[in-house]
Write a protein that binds this ligand. Structure first.
Ligand code: GTP
Ligand code: MG
Length: 344
């Protein structure tokens, strides 16, 4: 195997699930910032992207993730809103993702948006695991901050453990009703055939090491070939959101999943009517471990490589559409790139 590790991009992980089941809290726990407090109301109305480098994954996951075992650069998380009126945003996040985490509240179990998310994952054939969240709310729970699940599970009373088991088996049963064969993640041998369920608490961090270890392991084992990209090639991405930005005019929040985009590139973006051909004015990148939608001061960057969430400032983006393709032209004939965008 002579692969250049630099040619492997970060897997894109969508976090899906019913409203209030803890998607944002989980990411918040992972990045150790307070994104939740920057949100208007209880509803997450936008999709943001957060890059978590392998070193950070490993430092959170402790002995469950040895960085020497991996050559993928980390994980790029996309948060999605659970509220029922955001179906399109959700399906956009789901379709973009290489892999997904379906968050289910252990008390609340399967809910309408849980089923809807499952449907999106089924249709887009996205591999996923289930994070059975809020285990700290099981009556009698004895908290072990940030501990791996086996460790905290073993130190609960029999009664508490039984209560958790009941909730977990209900979730496994619900998955089975939807034709997904599932089991607790440590019993899963083949993650392509079976869905792994990881008990977690976004509040206490319990089980989060396991969640990250499973995501890294899954990506490395089953997705590595799909992560091989032409690192220096012209960028390919999708518009997540069209946004006014003070001092920059209309910008597009973009998830780049192949190649690179440079601050002097010409790009073609899917528009309301015709594809938009425009020149990048600025590439605005959230700093590592920051979230694009809450970051008020961006880093101005010359170039960014997949996978990444990047804000692109350019003229004439008023008619750009969320969900539309973004293509860097570079040294290809412009007509070809326009045709590519038109055919998407
Ligand atoms: P939407 O974006 O609106 O779909 O919700 P969400 O899935 O992002 O849920 P969010 O992270 O906003 O959490 C909803 C509520 O549940 C908040 O009050 C959190 O503090 C709480 N919560 C999330 N995870 C946990 C957990 O593991 N334990 C406990 N006790 N509370 C949690
Ligand atoms: Mg949220």
């Amino acid at each position: 195997d002579t692969h250049d590790p630099a040619a492997l991009r970060t897997p894109i992980v969508a976090v899906l699930g019913h409203v209030d089941h803890g998607k944002t809290s989980l990411l918040d726990k992972i990045r150790g910032s307070a994104v939740i407090e920057g949100e208007a109301g209880a509803i997450t109305q936008h999709i943001g992207a957060t890059a978590v480098p392998l070193e950070v994954v490993s430092s959170i996951a402790g002995e469950l993730v040895d960085p020497d075992d991996f050559d993928l650069p980390g994980l790029l998380f996309i948060d999605t809103p659970g509220h029922h009126s955001f179906t399109t945003l959700r399906s956009r996040g789901g379709a973009l993702a290489d892999i997904a985490i379906l968050v289910v509240d252990v008390n609340d179990g399967f809910q309408p948006q849980t089923l809807e998310a499952l449907d999106i994952l089924k249709r887009s054939q996205t591999p996923f695991i289930v994070a059975a969240n809020k285990i700290d709310t099981v009556p009698g729970w004895n908290v072990h901050e940030d501990a791996p699940i086996t460790q905290t599970y073993e130190s609960q009373s029999d009664r508490t453990r039984q209560r958790l088991d009941e909730s977990l088996y209900t979730i496994i049963g619900n998955l089975s009703d939807q034709d997904f064969s599932a089991d607790l993640y440590w019993r899963v041998q083949n993650f392509q055939r079976n869905v792994g369920v990881v008990p977690v608490s976004a509040l206490t961090g319990e089980g989060v090491p396991d969640l990250l270890a499973v995501m890294m392991g899954l990506s490395q084992r089953y997705m590595k070939e799909e992560m091989e990209i032409d690192v220096a090639g012209p960028g390919v991405g999708t518009v997540l959101e069209v946004k006014e930005e003070k001092g920059f005019g209309t910008t597009i929040d973009t998830v780049l999943y192949d190649g690179t985009i440079r601050s002097d590139d010409t790009i073609v973006v899917g528009g309301l009517n015709d594809p938009i051909v425009t020149e990048v004015r600025a590439l605005l990148q959230p700093r590592p471990l920051a979230e694009i939608r809450t970051e008020s001061r961006f880093d101005n960057v010359e170039e960014v490589g997949a996978a990444a969430g990047i804000k692109v400032a350019a003229p004439d983006l008023e008619d750009a559409m969320a969900g539309a393709p973004v293509r860097v032209v570079r040294d290809r004939p412009l007509e070809d790139v326009i045709a590519e965008v038109e055919s998407e």
